[in-house]
Design a protein around this ligand. Structure first.
Ligand code: SF4
Length: 419
């Protein structure tokens, strides 16, 4: 069997990171679809005394232990969990540690996930004063029955208050996040959620498809036949409707689940989709540095133990660099999520043989309008002109190719692994 090096797949590591993800794990309760690494807090207000402060301290130690690799950060992302449950002083402390160890570039995008019912206008004002300049509001659905069914703690009145606080604070760089394909979600529910999302006035909207993760409450209900998910054709129509409604409202559909008005596309997430390096800090966070992908332990105590070990070892990222073939597959999987697709230059050192395999696989879908191939001057290539020399960029069509992305990626993976 041919090896990666036989096929000429290179293994040069990507440049040092310019992005950092910081995991804030606190959630009031666990939503029924969620398998993220979180710590359930209940409904009391959090303070930095006790275990919350201990976590902040640990994250700051991890950041301080990370060697500076030569480039300041152009994006920082506080994700969770629910970062808006963390007291402002905790965020301030972590941001100061990030700036001290890694440096935050002057025009950096600093994003934060916020949930309805966990912040008010005064908090937003404080976040802005810290330099946080992009917010992602986890609405998920506007219907109380669906929110209850998902185990979300917030309700429609919390969403309305959150949107009002964002408007009063004159925040323009914010995303409203929705989930499509929830149990019992009707076409009318989805259309209404999209209309209300547009009315709220964000410049970015994310529409994620519900994914059934193992061991979640939804997964258990599904196994017992108690989860009333929308039929797949209805879910596909949700996707088509979102694409139509949002692009008509001048949103750019730039990634399979993400729409932004020009200039409001999330810079941080584009680093993931381009398979570039990033730091990760906190329990469960993944980093990708020097070609090594590394996931931290997903529970607090295991994370603290790992952190102690890692600091004692001098902050060296363990493990091997991602193998060239795996790196190519990841770049394809991530890059084809973008409506702009991928160019050969964006794929890691792809050999002529691998290029041929990729094109042969993609053109085998020729009778279905799922893919487009472009030449260097961005002209669309007709099928008879598609060759590895002529093609510069290829992408999935929007929305139809995006709807079949799993099928296309499975074929690509099988062909490249067999090659
Ligand atoms: S709020 Fe988000 S991170 Fe927390 S449990 Fe719900 S889905 Fe998971």
């Amino acid at each position: 069997m041919a090896t990666s090096s036989d096929r000429g797949l290179g293994s040069a590591p990507p440049p040092p990171p310019t992005a950092a993800y910081i995991h804030i794990p606190f959630c009031r309760q666990r939503c029924f679809y969620c398998d993220f690494p979180i710590a359930v807090t209940g409904f009391q207000s959090l303070t930095l005394d006790g275990w919350v402060g201990e976590y902040v301290e640990a994250v700051c130690q991890e950041i301080a232990g990370q060697q500076y690799l030569g480039l300041p950060l152009s994006t920082v992302f506080f994700g969770g969990g629910t970062p808006s449950l963390l007291p402002i002083a905790g965020l301030e402390k972590i941001l100061a540690a990030v700036d001290k160890s890694l440096g935050i570039a002057p025009a950096a995008e600093i994003s934060m996930e916020i949930d309805p019912g966990t912040f008010d206008q005064a908090q937003l004002h404080s976040y802005k004063n810290l330099g946080i300049n992009r917010f992602s509001l986890g609405v998920q659905a506007f219907q109380d029955n669906l929110l209850t069914l998902c185990g979300r703690h917030h309700r429609r009145r919390d969403i309305d208050q959150a949107i009002m606080a964002i408007a009063k604070e004159n925040i323009t760089n914010w995303s409203l996040d929705l989930i499509a394909g929830l149990p019992e979600q009707t076409t009318a529910d989805w259309h209404s959620s999209l209309s209300l999302a547009l009315e709220a006035g964000p410049n970015h909207i994310s529409c994620y498809d519900l994914v059934l993760e193992p061991q979640t409450v939804f997964d258990k209900w599904e196994q017992r036949g108690k989860l009333a998910l929308p039929p797949s054709e209805r879910s596909a129509n949700f996707y088509r409707h979102a694409q139509q409604a949002l692009t008509q409202a001048s949103f750019h559909h730039y990634e399979i689940s993400n729409y932004g008005r020009p200039g409001y596309e999330c810079r941080h997430n584009q680093i993931y989709w381009r398979n570039l390096s990033y730091y990760g800090f906190g329990m469960g966070a993944t980093s990708y540095i020097d070609g090594k992908r590394f996931g931290r332990p997903r529970t607090r105590n295991d994370y603290y133990q790992w952190l102690e070990f890692w600091l004692n070892q001098g902050g060296i990222i363990p493990g091997e660099r991602v193998a060239p073939l795996e790196n190519l597959l990841e770049s394809l999987m991530l890059g084809l999520r973008l409506t702009a697709g991928v160019t050969w230059e964006q794929l890691p050192a792809t050999s002529a043989g691998a290029k041929q395999t990729i094109l042969a696989t993609l053109t085998s879908f020729g009778d279905r309008p799922w893919l487009e191939f472009y030449e260097r001057n961005n002209e669309l290539l007709s099928p008879e002109k598609i060759t590895t020399a002529a093609v510069q960029r290829f992408c999935l069509t929007d929305p139809e190719g995006m709807l079949y992305s799993n099928q296309i990626l499975s074929a690509l993976f099988a062909a490249l692994e067999e090659d």
